[in-house]
Design a protein around this ligand. Sequence first.
Ligand code: GLU
Length: 457
Amino acid sequence: MTITVRFAPSPTGRIHIGNTRTALFNWLFAQKHNGRFIQRFDDTDVERSRKEYADSILYDLHWLGIFPDSIEYQSKRFDVYDQAVEKLKAAGVLYPCYETPEELDLRRKIRRTRGLPPVYGREALALTQDEITEFEADGRRPHWRFLLPNFASDPAETQRTEVHWNDLVRGEETVDLASLSDPVLVREDGTYLYTLPSVVDDIDMGVTHVIRGDDHVTNTGVQIALFRALGAEPPVFGHHNLLTTSSGEGLSKRSGALSVESLREAGVEPMAIASLAVLIGTSENVQAIDSLAELATHFDPASTSKSAAKFDPDELFVLNRALLHRMPFEEVRDRLVLFGIADERAEAFWNAVRGNLDKIADARDWWRIVNEGPLEAQQFDAETLEFLRSGFALLPEEPWGDTVWKQWTGAIRKETGRKGKELFAPLRLALTGRSSGPELAELLPIIGREGTLARRP
Ligand code: GLU
């Protein structure tokens, strides 16, 4: 059997780094097991779902290196869900209810005062045909509840009914179906809540492993019962902890905070996001990993902690720098071309500057500096000016070898007696306009003799 997973966001906003964790847990799991990854859009809520969001989620996933084997939209599958509804009705496990939210609220309060758990008391099962006709005549439409299998013969007499699953992340989990209300699967207006379409799709699409956030743990008992009611064996479930910011705040698709898009725009590399999204809140150290293939070898869902994974967004930039500082030219060549960094010096330039970049776009400033000189005109005091002028006069003739910087600064040292910082700091300022940056020994040949002389103060 092919291991099959799915990532199933509702397309109601851009995905954030927390959604990325779910997507990557699924993707890496599929990669490790040579499995299939289904991209499923839970867009049954047509009011809030948008095709543009679905498209942008696909874009973000591609950018991260996730390439779904198939893409499914729940909004195109209503007929399949309708068939499942008929099947459940025929089996007598989907029943119509007519309570208004206010009536339900009142009932819950009464149950609480009687010391009963605030679950739905299945009053609708006792409705007579006349009562139903009356409701319908009043213009009420039913919503439909799934009758949980938590009783022996009389649904009014629930009894403890444990559902167990061995969670990929959390280990043994148990839910007592008697502690839950019969879930509403279909609303008054005929629209579907998430539960039924999700289970129907998981069955239809051969999903073997449902890996998702632990906000769904409590849904799992109901879903397992629904799988069985539809005649299917439930898949394996895995519920990973959710990401929160350092202050404990959750992430939301709708707020746009820490969206993949905003991080990309801020210059964060996909592997910085992936490394953090996968490794935080596990027993592995958070470290910059160069590829998803390598990340897969560090990925073990069972090593994930059960409590929320707090992270500091600044960590993304630490990882980003680590990735850039060792990123091979081949990997950035095309992106540098987009910045106009395309001539025969591009590789030497990249190797010279990469250790000083927070993000790739910073290379543009260094390219300007290399080609045009300091971005702001430099002012030197008289003594430094004199030193620099005599130094520039000693610049070796071309052709330059690899050791030109050593040769030049050796000659300056000899002539002026300056060494160390005294020698290098003014040269760096004159050449780059910055007090720190890439190795000048590497930059100088890229600047060239003519360019260097043009910087002579
Ligand atoms: N659409 C659901 C969500 O985004 C999917 C949950 C699941 O993976 O079953 O929370």
